[in-house]
Each structure stands twice: as C-alpha cells, then as structure tokens.
Design a protein. Structure first.
Length: 98
C-alpha cells in the first residue's frame, strides 16, 4: 500500500467512527432536521461527483465517481422522503389538536 492510500483509508475509518458516534448522540427530536441536513449534504456530493464521473472514462476513478453519484442520489431521496414524512406527521398533529 502506498502512503497516500493508507492515510486516506485511515481518515475514512476515523470519519466513519466519528459520524456514527455523532449520530448516536442526536436526540430523537432532531432526527428530522438531521435527515434534512444529510439530504442536503448528499445533494452537494452528487453535484461534485458528476464532473468526476463524466471526466473519467475508465478505471477505478470512474467506478468510484459513479458509485459516489449513486450513493449520493440515494441519500438525497432518503432525505426528501424523511422530510416529507416529518412534515406530513406535523401537519396531522396540528389538525387533530385544535
């Protein structure tokens, strides 16, 4: 393994553990806001991965760029679904309690 790849793998592992620890500490009342924020972050990653996916014709860069677009698009759709469900649930609660 090269030094750069080893550092990238270390940073990815560190970010994964820190992200999981952060998500575990979020109170349930903020899950909707967290899902909305993650949807926005996923949209940003999709916007940044598109040029990489179109610019690389073959090789591991193309595979990673296309997988980033697919994973980011899944995050965007998940964030939108969660936000829509949260807003719908809040609307139902307001109508049932005068």
């Amino acid at each position: 393994m090269t030094g750069g790849l080893l550092i990238a793998l270390y940073l990815f592992t560190l970010a994964a553990f820190l992200g999981l620890d952060l998500i575990r500490k979020v109170p349930p009342t903020l899950y909707g806001a967290l899902a909305t924020s993650m949807g926005a972050a996923a949209a940003l990653s999709v916007a940044l991965a598109f040029p990489a996916a179109s610019g690389s014709a073959t090789g591991p860069t193309a595979i990673l760029a296309v997988s980033a677009v697919v994973i980011g698009t899944t995050g965007v759709i998940g964030g939108l679904v969660r936000t829509r469900r949260t807003l719908r649930d809040r609307g139902d609660n307001r109508r049932s309690h005068p």
